[in-house]
Write a protein that binds this ligand. Structure first.
Ligand SMILES: *Cc1c(COP(=O)(O)O)cnc(C)c1O
Length: 219
């Protein structure tokens, strides 16, 4: 069971971790994958209005559950952070506020078709781990241009850090920050529960945090 007071307490600890490395103003996206709608309600109760989901089906079910629990002005902004499939994009296009995981032009074109002018981040596979998504760093500039030509608003870049000890994520985060600077993009979504300090030190503007807010995922 995830309560707002528990999440509030965890958020306090998280804000302290962020503040220690100068990240007082970093935006926290609460990642609720694997948890039920009650985690979203708890996050909103703790003041976290930005919520990240990895799976279209889960997002749809949770958005439904949440709309029964929360008045319209307290509904979260949904960030989609998982692998993008064309048929799924259509189903969630009306809900997503920021598409964080655009890593192929086909996905960008489909988002532009279903949600013209949508805000997106281009996900880059800075760690070279393939299965977590992201375009190869050599394709970043081309994909950003492709998204813009499709009419999307590219706000910045996103990456999942290299797994292992937190420090091992640093070179990838540094590369992502350098690419964003080269392309004149301001948002840098990088850092998860284990490596937010490294991400903030390398310039993250947004961190995506699940377990540090909600505890271990049930599945
Ligand atoms: C699950 C997930 C997160 C959150 O991970 P935690 O380690 O639970 O903080 C962040 N970003 C992405 C893309 C994820 O899939």
């Amino acid at each position: 069971m995830t309560s707002a007071s528990e999440v509030t307490q965890h958020l306090g600890a998280l804000r302290e971790r962020l503040a220690r490395v100068g990240g007082d103003r970093v935006q926290v996206v609460a990642v609720t994958k694997g948890f039920g709608p009650e985690a979203v309600v708890a996050a909103v109760g703790a003041g976290l209005m930005d919520v990240g989901e990895n799976y279209a089906q889960e997002l749809l079910a949770k958005a439904d559950g949440v709309s029964e629990e929360l008045d319209a002005e307290f509904r979260p902004r949904w960030h989609f952070i998982g692998r993008l499939q064309r048929n799924k994009i259509r189903k969630i296009a009306h809900l997503v506020d920021l598409w964080q995981s655009v890593d192929r032009i086909e996905a960008a074109v489909e988002i532009a078709r279903r949600a013209p002018g949508a805000r997106v981040l281009v996900q880059v596979d800075v760690a070279g781990i393939g299965e977590r998504g992201g375009c190869p760093p050599t394709d970043t500039a081309r994909l950003v241009t492709g998204c813009q030509r499709a009419g999307l608003e590219v706000a910045g870049l996103m990456a999942v850090g290299e797994p292992g000890p937190p420090e091992s994520a640093r070179p990838g985060f540094r590369l992502l920050a350098a690419q964003a600077a080269d392309l004149g993009l301001s948002e840098l979504s990088m850092g998860m529960s284990g490596d937010i300090e490294i991400a903030v030190e390398e310039g993250a503007t947004m961190v995506r945090v699940g377990t540090a807010l909600f505890g271990p995922r049930p599945r």
